[in-house]
Design a protein. Structure first.
Length: 79
């Protein structure tokens, strides 16, 4: 459902920054978001972190991904 959404990163950042507990936001379930929040308790701004990760990804590959799946997969794997 979220694949290809132009505001996926912003949606996920909002859910993480505001500790939204229910539903799918930015392509992540509540369980995935809780796990991510537990792994990265020192993050104060998910919006800034996700935007930085996306920018670095785009700079490193020289192309923008069709969707954010690769960015999210690599980000979620960091722990």
């Amino acid at each position: 459902m979220c694949t290809g959404c132009p505001v996926r990163t912003e949606c996920l950042a909002d859910a993480l920054d505001n500790r939204v507990e229910f539903g799918v936001w930015g392509g992540m379930t509540e369980r995935e978001r809780r796990a991510l929040l537990r792994r990265r308790p020192t993050v104060t701004s998910w919006r800034r972190l996700l935007e930085t990760a996306r920018t670095e990804y785009e700079r490193g590959t020289g192309v923008m991904p069709l969707d954010d799946d690769e960015v999210y997969a690599s980000f979620a794997a960091v722990g």
